[in-house]
Design a protein. Structure first.
Length: 449
């Protein structure tokens, strides 16, 4: 039974995704409508992540998925099993990408499950039924929750510039504006243009803080030049350059970036490989990219690279965009790295965020005393370098979003504790009237607007 109230106080809970950047899920209860923003899975601790769904106090009316990365959509099947009448909203590209990513995730989780409790609680048939619930909405189109138009809630998606189909969510309720940023980037990437977010005052901003502690500002142009020099040197020696990347987003961005390097004459023409799901996602980008405001819509990505059929030894000169970006065990990037790093002609280029708990982080930090996969590794002279091609806003862009929306209150999420504290200090120094909340997971807060 819905409780009617004249007050503009809502309840908020960070169901998950506060302690780090994995498994984003946020609950909002206006007493007249209950909403979930994102239904993410902690891909390194999926069982623990799914268990947090039980923290949700009441059945939600709707869930809004901001994009198709598994840390924002991966727990959706279990969420809907718990609350089967909940409506699911996302942009059309996210619908297409989420279907592919969820099927792939299920197969991997079933394959890698060591015990019965590690296995997902749903099947491929369950996913097929789930997909019928997906409702696609265009950017900047105002809509209400399907079959519950009496609720005083109105929503719209705004292009987040993170990956294809990514969105921030504007929620309007009783004259108040709540904006959930999801993952976003305000400046252009190689394929995607920067976020097209509201430039108006809002009451509550729920915002990612991934790079809140990083005081540096990275230029795509400068980083591309550095990467081109790194690649050119390795190729000149006849080596192989390995780029650990996520199959969705980073593969396509870096593939286009490398194509532009070749067009500008910064690197020689050479064989480029992409692996696994990266190939399938690249085909989807080619199919959908021209329908949205993207850079170079006339260029097809798939013909630029060969699909790597096996994890065999690759002869240089060559470039390999291999999943996973974190170099998790039993992935292409992990297996290939173990071979590549023995040869000083080769190079490994890290191009974005790497979780401190991942093998990729240990390798990037050259922590040779730590375990890489199943054994202690030796770099063997292989060149290592880090570059920033992140699809997330840097600290400067995070502050820019705050300035353009002038929120009365901010809830920080999707970050490490250092990022939260650093960003909170910056906000309080520049805009002391804004209330900033760093929430605890699983705690229900009263937010007065």
């Amino acid at each position: 039974m819905l409780i009617k109230s004249d007050k503009t106080t809502l309840k908020y809970m960070a169901v998950s995704g506060i302690r780090g950047i994995n498994g984003s899920m946020h609950y909002i209860d206006t007493a007249e409508g209950r909403i979930i923003f994102d239904a993410g899975l902690d891909t390194q601790r999926p069982v623990e992540s799914v268990a947090k769904i039980s923290h949700i106090p009441y059945e939600p009316h709707a869930v809004f998925i901001t994009h198709a990365h598994m840390d924002h959509v991966g727990a959706l099947p279990e969420l809907i099993r718990s609350y089967p009448s909940t409506r699911v909203y996302m942009t059309y590209p996210t619908v297409v990408l989420a279907e592919v990513m969820l099927v792939h995730s299920l197969i991997l989780r079933q394959k890698n499950a060591l015990e019965d409790e590690d296995r997902p609680s749903y099947t491929l048939d369950d996913l097929e039924l789930l997909f019928y619930l997906f409702q696609a909405q265009n950017y900047k189109k105002h809509f209400e929750i399907h079959r519950t138009p009496a609720l005083p809630l109105n929503f719209s998606f705004w292009d987040a510039g993170h990956i294809l189909g990514s969105a921030g969510v504007m929620m309007k309720w009783r004259g108040k504006k709540i904006f959930y940023s999801g993952n976003f980037r305000l400046s252009d990437q190689t394929i995607l243009r920067g976020a097209d977010f509201p430039k108006e005052s809002i009451d509550l901003l729920i915002m990612e803080a991934t790079y809140g502690a990083d005081g540096k500002t990275y230029s795509y142009k400068n980083e591309s030049k550095r990467l081109a020099e790194f690649i050119e040197t390795r190729l000149k020696f006849g080596g192989v350059v390995l780029l650990p990347v996520f199959s969705l987003g980073r593969t396509q961005e870096l593939l286009m970036n490398i194509a532009m390097m070749r067009r500008r004459g910064q690197i020689p023409a050479t064989t480029i490989y992409i692996t696994g799901m990266g190939t399938k996602i690249t085909k989807i980008y080619d199919r959908l990219m021209h329908k949205y405001d993207r850079k170079y819509p006339e260029i097809k990505l798939r013909p630029l690279a060969q699909h790597l059929m096996s994890r065999r030894k690759i002869k240089g000169p060559a470039i390999v965009l291999a999943t996973s970006g974190m170099m998790l065990p039993q992935t292409y990037s992990n297996d290939l790295a173990q071979d590549f790093m023995k040869d000083p002609k080769n190079g490994i280029a890290f191009v974005g965020y790497v979780s401190p708990e991942s093998p990729g982080y240990a390798l990037r930090e050259k922590a040779v005393n730590q375990s890489f996969s199943d054994y202690s590794y030796s770099l063997g002279g292989c060149a290592l370098e880090s570059f920033n091609f992140s699809a997330h806003a840097d600290a400067q862009e995070l502050m820019q979003l705050i300035r353009q929306t002038q929120p009365r209150k901010i809830i920080l999420c999707h970050g490490e504790q250092e990022a939260y504290e650093s960003l909170k200090r910056k906000i309080e120094e520049e805009m002391p009237k804004i209330e900033v909340l760093i929430p605890e997971e699983g705690k229900l807060y009263d937010i007065e607007l």
